[in-house]
Structure formats: structure tokens, C-alpha cells
Ligand binder design. Structure first.
Ligand code: UFG
Length: 323
């Protein structure tokens, strides 16, 4: 059996990647401490409970399964929290990854697909953002991911590690078969919050700023379906086997939607009124983030299939209303 170690395999994107791995004929071995992940989300292979900072446990799991590659999702992702408590982010995201890379070296695992983010770009000068754009992260979360990208490049030169970083824009939506979906606690992301309002689980959603230089004054983001993201990891991992890949690829649709457009679309999809209130800007939010995904398409042969925002919200709604 071709085992692939998926750190954070019980999380939102990790669990969708496990499903995609199983479909492609691999056995995903989830390594997760279940601090934010869910046991119910691990359905396509074994769950090995463990912390990313636990070197002995990681070594044990690598020795037991001898994976051909690692897909590394395990990380904290709350930008605001990373500003308030950077130590938590550098310890887990940065030191945790260094420990993982050491364990991989000890056990002769040479390939890693790394979960990176458009937050490594900070506030872009030019949108859509190409991979060659300068990376100036503006918060510890983005900085921790950017530092790992740098580490991976250096380990490649020095130790022959083969890696690729995938810089996601706004992961959204849920498994179209309804087996998986987004379940963060606390939830901070726009689409699940909006759908909670549609469901009656929250009274309203706050729009963080209506005075941005965008078409309607609200922030524009590039929402990319989580199953499309999952597929890109398989392609990237397979790409590491053969031809030379770049060190990083952007994963987004290249199309932007404002907060107001997302809310309006969610009203159409759910058939319900969604109460929204005006709030101040959220610190650290760029007006517009948009991917130029052309390299992922031409070099990874990635074809996102659910690019319509209505499709993305529809899958998320089917998941969320059933919870
Ligand atoms: N927003 C609101 N109200 C809310 C929540 C969000 O108006 O209650 C707005 C935000 O200001 C932003 C947009 O909706 O303009 C999307 O916000 P999310 O919190 O859903 O997503 P982010 O763009 O902040 O974050 C995502 C990832 C992060 C990553 C970041 C990169 O979740 O991990 O993109 O910028 F770091």
C-alpha cells in the first residue's frame, strides 16, 4: 500500500485531501492531535493521534507506515490570534514543521507538499498575484508559513528534500458528496458565518469595512473550492516524483467576490434573508486578494472544477444546514 502521511488529516482541508488521496489509490495516514480536527472526518485511512511537536511520536508513525510522502497541513490558522499570541504560531507552525522535517530526514522520507497561504504575500502591490510577487507577510500566521517556505528551499539544496508549497487563497465549500465540511471552533470565516445566519444559528453577520477601494466598498477575495484544493495536493505530490516543479504555486480561481456579493449569493442559494450589519475594518485585511493561478494550471495540470461562487456556497450550505 502506498502510504501518505497527512498531518492535520482530521482538519478541514486535510480531510478533503485524504478523500482525494484514497480516490487516487493511496492510503492516507492522518496524524492529528484533534485540538481542532475531528475524529469523524478521518474516514479513508488510519488516524494516528499525536502532536506535531512530539518528535518521538512522529518518528514512531513514520517508522510504522513508511510513507512515500508527507502532506503537511497541521498548523494554526487564525490570523487575529497569531497577532495576539505569536509564540503559539511560531512554536506550532514553525518549530513543529522543523521537527517534522527532522523526523522525515531520520526516516528517509524525501517528499513534502506544504500547505502555504496567500497571507505570505501580505498586502500585494499588484493583483492578480503571481508566485513571483514579493512576499511581505503582515502577521505572524503569514510569517510562519513564509519562513517554512524558505526552510524548505534551503533543505532542498542541502539535503535533497523535494518539496512544493501550495499557497491557498480562500478555501471554501464542502465535499460535494456531503461527507465532509468546514467545522471550525471558533468560526471566523465569512461563508460559514453567513450560512449560520441563514440557518438561524446566528442573528447576523458583521461586514468588516465598507470603505475599501473596491466596486462596492467591501473586501474582495478569491474563494476556491476545498475539493479543488485537495486535488491540487495529489497533483503536486505526483509532480514531485518526476518532473521539476517550482517551489510554490498559487491556488485560487482568479476570480474575486466581495463580501457583499458573497452575502447576496448566499441569499439566492439558501432562499433566505441574511441580516448583515456594518462594522469597522478588521486590522490586517487587504482590500483585494486575487490569485493568478496560471502556473498551477499549466505546470501542475490543475483544473479547478467548482469555480462558480454559487456552487461553492451551495456545497457549503448542504453541509452546514445538515449539521
Ligand atoms: N469578513 C467579514 N465578516 C466576518 C468575517 C469575514 O466581513 O464576520 C470578511 C473579511 O474581512 C474578509 C472576507 O470576509 O474580507 C473573508 O474573510 P475570512 O475570514 O473568511 O478569510 P480571510 O480572507 O481573512 O482568511 C483567509 C484564510 C487565512 C489566510 C487568509 C489570507 O482563512 O488562513 O485568507 O489573507 F491567512
Amino acid at each position: 500500500m502506498n502510504n501518505v502521511l497527512v498531518t492535520g488529516g482530521a482538519g478541514y482541508i486535510g480531510s478533503h485531501a485524504c478523500k482525494a488521496l484514497a480516490r487516487a489509490g493511496y492510503r492516507p495516514v492522518s496524524y492529528d492531535n484533534l485540538a481542532y480536527g475531528h475524529e469523524w472526518a478521518v474516514k479513508w485511512g488510519p488516524l494516528e493521534k499525536g502532536d506535531i511537536l512530539d518528535a518521538a511520536r512522529l518518528g514512531e508513525v513514520l517508522a510504522a507506515y513508511k510513507p512515500s510522502a508527507v502532506i503537511h497541513f497541521a498548523a494554526f490558522i487564525d490570523v487575529g490570534e497569531s497577532v495576539r499570541d505569536p509564540a503559539k504560531y511560531y512554536r506550532n507552525n514553525l518549530a513543529g514543521t522543523l521537527g517534522l522535517l527532522d523526523a522525515m530526514r531520520r526516516h528517509g522520507v524525501e517528499k513534502i507538499v506544504f500547505s502555504s497561504t496567500c497571507a505570505t504575500y501580505g498586502i500585494p502591490d499588484i493583483v492578480p498575484i503571481a508566485e513571483s510577487a514579493p512576499q511581505h507577510p503582515i502577521n505572524p500566521y503569514g510569517a510562519s508559513k513564509w519562513m517554512i517556505e524558505r526552510v524548505l528551499a534551503d533543505y532542498g539544496h542541502a539535503y535533497g528534500l523535494r518539496s512544493v508549497a501550495l499557497r491557498y487563497f480562500n478555501a471554501a465549500g464542502a465535499d460535494p458528496d456531503g461527507e465532509l465540511g468546514e467545522d471550525h471552533d471558533p468560526e471566523t470565516h465569512l461563508i460559514p458565518l453567513v450560512l449560520d445566519v441563514a440557518k438561524g444559528a446566528r442573528p447576523n453577520v458583521t461586514i468588516f469595512g465598507e470603505d475599501y477601494a473596491t466596486q462596492d466598498g467591501t473586501c474582495v477575495r478569491d474563494y476556491v473550492h476545498v475539493s479543488d484544493l485537495a486535488d491540487a495536493h495529489i497533483l503536486a505530490m505526483q509532480g514531485l516524483e518526476g518532473h521539476e516543479l517550482r517551489s510554490a504555486y498559487n491556488l485560487g480561481t482568479g476570480e474575486g467576490h466581495s463580501v457583499a456579493q458573497v452575502i447576496a449569493c448566499a441569499e439566492r442559494v439558501t432562499g433566505r434573508k441574511i441580516a448583515a450589519t456594518r462594522g469597522p475594518r478588521r486590522p490586517g485585511d487587504p482590500a483585494t486578494l486575487l490569485a493568478d493561478p496560471s502556473l498551477a494550471k499549466s505546470e501542475l495540470h490543475w483544473t479547478p472544477r467548482r469555480t462558480a461562487i454559487s456552487d461553492i456556497i451551495e456545497t457549503a450550505w448542504r453541509w452546514r444546514r445538515g449539521r
